[in-house]
Design a protein. Structure first.
Length: 344
């Protein structure tokens, strides 16, 4: 049991754009609804390197990223719900996973059961994004037997999306350009794999669908070139599911392809897991979104939806900074990358 006050190491950002540094942080007390977690692993999401450059969440400096984690409970603010030593995973809205310890609301923790610690740390942002998109906002269960094109199917969100689509009985087309990404899509048993390094995506999809286009598109890439391709292959009467609200597209300097989707005679649906924490209309539904993590444990046991860890990063500033840089370059955005905070 860790006594308070407690001083521990974190990998922090002193100010936006500054490199990752080893910084100490102190915890003096816990609120009754909080737990102190000794972090074992924390996963890197695409938004972590972006937040290292622009602190859009306005986290207090120096700020510690890492929103998804696994570990064990070291202390409780009050009794109830968990016991010290319980093995848990979760997602923390304030980050903090890239630190030896993390204070988190008990309501944001899930017993990890049979899920190995490294894999458990990858749920949260990526999985809940795919879950919100394809289970809550545009339920794939209603589209069994149809064909879906998943842009970025080998990425953090995409590889969960591909497995959800397969589980719900859809035929999946995925595209990738790197050898590691193509290999992952094969491991996920994606029905049709397009290598965009040597094939033209839209032409291949139209060929596969006899010129009709796909019934559904899921584009989670936040990438203009991908949006161009994915809007061009949605069938008339189809459903185009996109990450990226109009406000986010403007902030990222991306083009809004809503008109292109409508011109194809398709319906556009915008998915956004983040609105459950910031939008007063969706905030009351946040427990329904977080319930997806309980469902994830069941699916892991069944072997239907499982994260794929492709890289483990050491707990030091230089290694995390290198991983961030590689994310920005797009060289390690395959499956899930985790930071091993505690040696096991």
């Amino acid at each position: 049991m860790s006594e308070l006050p407690l001083t521990f190491d974190t990998l922090a950002i002193e100010q936006p754009g500054a490199p990752v540094r080893l910084k100490q942080k102190a915890i003096t007390a816990l609120e009754p609804d909080e737990a102190l977690v000794r972090v074992h692993f924390a996963s890197i999401n695409k938004m972590d390197p972006m937040l290292a450059l622009r602190n859009v969440f306005q986290l207090p400096s120096p700020y510690v990223l890492g929103f998804d984690f696994s570990g064990e409970i070291a202390r409780l603010g009050s009794e109830g719900g968990f016991q010290i030593g319980d093995q848990v995973f979760g997602s923390n809205l304030a980050g903090g996973g890239f630190g030896e310890y993390l204070v988190v609301k008990k309501s944001r923790l899930i017993p990890r059961g049979v899920i190995p610690s490294a894999e458990a740390s990858t749920y949260g942002v990526a999985f809940m994004t795919a879950y919100e998109s394809l289970v809550l906002t545009a339920p794939l269960a209603e589209h069994k037997g149809k064909t879906i094109y998943i842009a970025g199917a080998a990425g953090g969100v995409g590889h969960f999306a591909a497995q959800l689509a397969k589980m719900f009985g859809l035929k999946v087309i995925g595209s990738a350009g790197k050898a590691a990404s193509l290999d992952l899509l094969k491991r996920l048993r994606v029905d049709h794999i397009i290598d965009y390094s040597r094939q033209e995506v839209s032409a291949e999809i139209m060929k596969l669908t006899q010129g009709k286009g796909v019934d559904l598109v899921y584009d989670s890439t936040y990438n203009d070139a991908s949006y161009d391709e994915s809007t061009a292959v949605i069938a008339s009467g189809g459903l185009y599911i996109r990450l990226g609200t109009p406000e986010q597209l403007t902030a990222y300097g991306l083009a809004d392809k809503t008109a292109a989707v409508k011109a194809r005679g398709a319906e556009l649906v915008i998915a956004d897991a983040g609105r459950y924490s910031r939008d007063p209309v969706y905030q009351p539904q946040a427990p329904k979104l977080f319930e997806g993590l309980h469902q994830a444990v069941t699916w892991y046991k069944e072997g239907t939806v499982r994260p794929v860890v492709t890289q483990t990063v050491s707990f030091n500033a230089a290694s995390l900074q290198t991983a961030f840089d590689e994310f920005v370059k797009g060289t390690n955005n395959v499956g899930k990358v985790v930071v091993q905070v505690k040696a096991l």
